[in-house]
Structure formats: C-alpha cells, structure tokens
Design a protein around this ligand. Structure first.
Ligand SMILES: CC(C)(COP(=O)(O)OP(=O)(O)OC[C@H]1O[C@@H](n2cnc3c(N)ncnc32)[C@H](O)[C@@H]1OP(=O)(O)O)[C@@H](O)C(=O)NCCC(=O)NCCS
Length: 213
C-alpha cells in the first residue's frame, strides 16, 4: 500500500516506519530462524524473494506494513535505521468485497525485545492507524494454538475467539470496532504522533552521513 510510504508513527518505546528495501537484509536474516517461521506460519524465502515480497507489501492495495524500530536507539542519528529494527506489524485487507475487514499480524523478531510492552504499544498504534486511516471496522488475528503469549496479547485488546482450526492448529480471533472500542482506544491519541518519514530520514542522514570508502 502506498498510503503509508511517507508515514512515521512515533510512540513511547517504538517508532514505526514503512518497510523499504534497506530493511530487507535484516528482515531476511530474521526469517531464517525456524522459531520465527513456526510462530508466524511463514515459509523461508530467498533474499531475492524477500525483495519481491517487500515490493508487494509496498505496492499492493491490500497490504500495509510498518517496521518496528527501537525508539531509544533510533534517537541517535549515528545509529543506522536498520540497526534499530526489532520487528514488524502488518494489516492485510483479506476480502476484496469488504475493505473494512483486516487481518492484523505482529512479530517482535528480536528476542531481547519481547515481554517489554512493545507488542501492546504497537498493536494499539496499528489498530488506531487502521481505523483512522484505512477505515477498518473489523480486525482478525490468526494465531497458532500453542502461541499463548500472542493469544494473551490480542485478548488484552478485547479480541474474541471466533473459530479454531484443528487442521492448521490455529485460532481466529476477532475485534469489531464499536463505539466503546473507539472511546477506549481512540479517545486519547496523544500516545502516538504521525510525522513525515522521508524528511526525518533525510535529517538523520544529514546529521550523520554514512561513511564512504
Ligand atoms: C507475541 C508477541 C507479539 C508479543 O509481543 P511482546 O512485546 O513480547 O508482548 P508484550 O510485552 O507487549 O506483552 C503483551 C502481553 O502478552 C503476554 N505476555 C508477554 N510475555 C509473556 C510471557 N513471557 N509469558 C506469558 N505471557 C506473556 C502478557 O499478557 C502481556 O500483557 P501484560 O504485560 O499486561 O501482562 C512477541 O512475543 C512475538 O512477536 N513473538 C514472536 C513472533 C510471534 O509469536 N508473533 C505472533 C504471531 S501470531
């Protein structure tokens, strides 16, 4: 999706930036992990396929993705953006006849960053973004039955169990965007600032230009 190609979302612990080709090598390295492949139900890709995937996430109208950065590291312009990457969050519009239905996926790829509240912050940011900017009215999450942490995370946001697939060993959870949810999650949006990504990226690079050989 091109809607977020110049969008940076800043929270308390994280900064979300659009997934671009500079992020692909690190992303590809993450997805080589059998643990992450299992937890995210993903197949391993070659580096070339990962670049194709990044282009598709950028260009296809049904996909919106952000890379999650460690805000504290990123605050130092001497630290390259790719070194601040900790995971990703996606919205996938699953039904072409209903653009208000979205699947939400999250991955905190760096184990050291798990269990610190980042998942909670990022899910809240992406629900708000999905509702406000993409017009999402219902979110779905498909989670492996043994991924108790992820199930607990989505239930914190009032996702309800909808169905269980014994074949795929996964559960589908749903969240309908009603008035109560809007008041609860969108009532105070001061926890997140939206800024222009390219301007900030340029100013970080100008402050600390990469070393040339
Ligand atoms: C699942 C995942 C997204 C959770 O993100 P996180 O940043 O680690 O989670 P948070 O620290 O925000 O914790 C959110 C909730 O998860 C639960 N949780 C987190 N760590 C936990 C642990 N070690 N044991 C039990 N529950 C845990 C708690 O309910 C917690 O809420 P609380 O702190 O208010 O009690 C992250 O661990 C991850 O990406 N893991 C690998 C990939 C994956 O499983 N992706 C999901 C595919 S569906």
């Amino acid at each position: 999706m091109r809607i977020n190609e110049d969008t940076l979302l800043e929270g308390k612990y994280v900064v979300l930036v659009p997934y671009n080709s500079d992020h692909v090598p690190r992303y590809h390295q993450w997805m080589g992990s059998p643990e992450l492949q299992k937890l995210t139900a993903s197949e391993p890709l070659t580096l070339e396929q990962e670049y194709d995937m990044q282009r598709s996430w950028r260009e296809d109208d049904d996909k919106c993705t952000f890379i999650i950065l460690d805000k504290q590291l990123w605050a130092d312009p001497a630290v390259q953006e790719e070194e601040c990457m900790v995971g990703d969050i996606n919205i996938f519009l699953t039904d072409p006849s209903d653009p208000t239905l979205a699947e939400l996926e999250i991955m905190i790829a760096e184990p050291n960053y798990r269990g610190k509240g980042i998942g909670k912050e990022v899910i809240r940011m992406m629900i708000c973004y999905g509702v406000m900017k993409l017009g999402v009215r219902k979110f779905e999450a498909k989670i492996g039955l043994d991924n108790k942490i992820s199930i607990a995370l989505f239930k914190k946001f009032k996702f309800q169990e909808q169905s269980v697939s014994e074949v795929f060993q996964e559960m589908t959870l749903e969240l309908t965007v009603d008035e109560d949810l809007q008041k609860w999650l969108l009532g105070d949006m001061s926890f997140m600032q939206e800024r222009e990504y390219q301007k900030i990226r340029d100013s970080r690079q100008a402050a600390c230009p990469p070393l040339t050989q």
